[in-house]
Design a protein around this ligand. Sequence first.
Ligand code: COA
Length: 298
Amino acid sequence: MDTSDKWIIQRTGISSRYVSETENTSDLAYQASLQAIEDANIQREDIDVIIVATMTPDCMTPSTACLVQAKLGLNDCPIFAFDINGACSGFLYAFQIASDLLSRYEHILVIGSETISKMIDWNDRSTCVLFGDGAGAMILGRGATQLYHYANSEGDTQQVLQADGLSLVQDLQNNEPSTHYLNMKGNDVFRFAVKVLKESIEHVLAQSNLTMDDIDLVIPHQANYRIISHVAKKMKVDLSKFYMNLQEFGNTSAASIPIAYAMAQREGKIPANGRVILVGFGAGLTYGATLIDNRGGQ
Ligand code: COA
């Protein structure tokens, strides 16, 4: 392919990413779940709900969440399991739905998992260098943490970022080529991303009556170093407040925020009483943010 390591690093910040050869989305989701269950110090039988955010499920049905339920050996447990597709904002969407479900359920397993390599056109240098496979998971339970949410979507009429999966009968009759690979207008997505990441952060700050000075860490969707640094610059915030691991993982779509959160936590970057903003954007077009306030509004 006509590209270079230098171009990719300079234009994106990505120097490596993972491509799954043998494990599908539910396998990665299962592995991430085991770690989340261990970290949360609960038994797998305690889980009441499983939500998987993905746009690359193993199959159209059953849902990846049901496949994870089976892999966890919870077939006979009463579990509310389903997938959601919010593209790269998927984990944020799932997290927000899960937090609303906490009034009815105690332990909710929220997973972002993608084998996005399945939908990459490996001949398209403008997309294939950006994405990687992975999964991250969290357990949500009841507590004193305050959450402030913002979510939005704008129907993509300009086909800025898309992948058609299934052809209509007419397409088959017309013998039209498949467009199931991810394709995008990179510059348009870049501009959109900078605008909505900033807007989404401002929304949750306004709701919580906090400013960026009160925030310990921002965990953005890991798409591109330049997108994130533009946002920091526009907000006049030091870039060090924005956590990044895209250099190692690339853009793992719905998995990027939970993977980044887990790594930041392991690196000691999330204080026990910290305030963290999760913020993302993706195809749809979708975007949003959640402010996690572990100081309980103090
Ligand atoms: N290697 C080498 N050259 C490449 C390349 C690659 N992998 N990909 C694109 N180019 C070329 C282009 O063909 C273009 O060449 P041309 O000027 O001869 O036409 C040139 O680099 C500049 O292209 P451009 O698209 O303007 O580059 P860019 O600086 O905007 O970077 C992206 C391209 C895709 C990295 C950038 O637009 C981006 O990150 N967009 C957002 C994508 C994203 O986050 N998507 C996921 C959303 S969840």
